[in-house]
Design a protein around this ligand. Sequence first.
Ligand SMILES: Nc1ncnc2c1ncn2[C@@H]1O[C@H](COP(=O)(O)OP(=O)(O)O)[C@@H](O)[C@H]1O
Ligand SMILES: [Mg+2]
Length: 434
Amino acid sequence: MSSIGALPDPGLPITPVLVAAAGSSWEARALELLESRGSGVVLVRRCVDLLDLLAAAGAGVASVALVAPTLPGLDADSVSSLRRRGLAVVLVAAPEELLDGDTERLRRLGIDHLLASTELGSLVETVTGASAAAATVALRPPAVSSESEAVEVTGRLLAVWGPTGAPGRTTVAVGVAAEIAGSGREVLLADMDAYGGAVAQHLGVLDEVSGLLGAARAANTGQLSPERLGTLARQVGPRLRVLTGLPRPDRWQEVRPAAFADVLEQAVHLAPYVVLDLGFSLEADPVDPFGSSAPQRNEMTLAALQRADEVVVVGSADPVGLSRLARGLVELNILLPGVPPRVVVNRTRPSLGWSDREIRGMVEGFVRPVDVHFLPEDRVAADRALMAGCSLADSGASPLQGALQRLAHQVLGESGPSLPRRRRVTRRRAGRAR
Ligand SMILES: Nc1ncnc2c1ncn2[C@@H]1O[C@H](COP(=O)(O)OP(=O)(O)O)[C@@H](O)[C@H]1O
Ligand SMILES: [Mg+2]
C-alpha cells in the first residue's frame, strides 16, 4: 500500500520518507505526523515489508527510512543497503523493545537515529535532522562510535593474498602468524578465503562450526564485539587464535559485505596483529543492468585488501607461478594504486635456474614492492607440518621455517638476531578437536 502525503508549504525543503513499521502500534500516529501540512516531510510510501522498502529505496525517491525493530529481515546487510542508496535510517521503538545494550546493537547495525515511541512528538524533527546529517556525512562503516574512535589503538591487519594456482598463501599466512605469536605478540589468524577455508586443515583444527560464518551471523544482527569474536576463534597456541573459514566453498554467500566489514573491525579490536588468509581472485562480478545488487564472491577479498595495513603477495617461483604473480601485481595495483605490497616468492629451488636477483628485477618491473622475500622449496618441512596439523614454527627447525621467521621479522619491522626457537610440538590432529 502506498500513499502520497499532503504537500508542505512552498519554500520549505522537503524530506521524502519511506515507512516500514511492521504493524507497530506507533505507526498510525507517525503517519499522521508525517502527513501533517507544513511539516516539511513527505510520506512517499508506506512499505509492507523489507523487500518493498528496499525496492522503494532503490528507486531513489526518499531520503529517510523510518523502520521498526520488529521489521522482519532488518539486519546489518539491509541497513547497509539502505545507507548505500543514500537513505538515513531512523528506528522508532517502544521503550520495552529497547533492552539494555540494544542501543549499542542497533548502532552496530548502522542505525544512527533512534526514537522512543513515547517521544513521537519530535518525529518530524528527528527525520529532517537525520536526512540533513546523511546528506553531509559520507557513508561511514557502522559499529564504532566516534568517541571511541578518537582514542582507540587498533591492531595491525596483514592481508596475505596471491594469484590462483596454490602458490602457498595459507602456508605463508599460518607460518607468519605463528612466528609473530612465537615472538610474544597476540595474533588472530583469520581464514577469509572465499573459495573455501584451509587454515583449519593446516592447523589440525577440527571445528564443527565455522568461526567466520559464526562471526558473520553475529555481525549481521549487530551482536559482534571483540569479546564475542574471541569466543568464536579457537586458541591453537599460547598467543595464537584462529578464526576458521568456510566449511564449503558455496557458503561464501552467507558472509554479507556489511557483516564482513564489521568482522574486520572487531578483529583489529581483538588482537594487535591480525593475519588474513585470502582467496585468489580480484575480479568484480559484472554489474547487473537491472540494478540489483547481487552478492559478489570476491567482495571479501577486495574489502580485506582495501582495509589491510599491509598486503603480502605470495607467488610461486616456477614460470607459470611467476607470470601469474606478475599479472596479480598489476591487478592489485589497479585495486590499490600507490600501495606497495610485500612480495613473497615461494618454492624457490636451484633447478629453476633463476637467481633471486633476477626474480626481484622481474617483480620490480611491475610494482615497487616494500620488499621481495624468498621462501625455499621445502617439501619435507611443509609435509611434516601438514601431517602433524601444526604450523611450521611448531614442527621444528627447517629451511622453510627459518625463512618464514625472517619474513615475520621484516613484517614486524625488526631485524637482528633470530626470534627465540620454540619447542617442537607434534600434537595429533584429533587432539585439537573441541
Ligand atoms: N615452500 C614450500 N615448499 C614445499 N611445499 C610448499 C611450500 N609452500 C607451500 N607448499 C605446499 O603447497 C601446497 C599448497 O600450499 P597452500 O599454502 O595451501 O596454497 P594456497 O593457500 O595458495 O592455495 C601445500 O601442500 C603446501 O604444503
Ligand atoms: Mg589457501
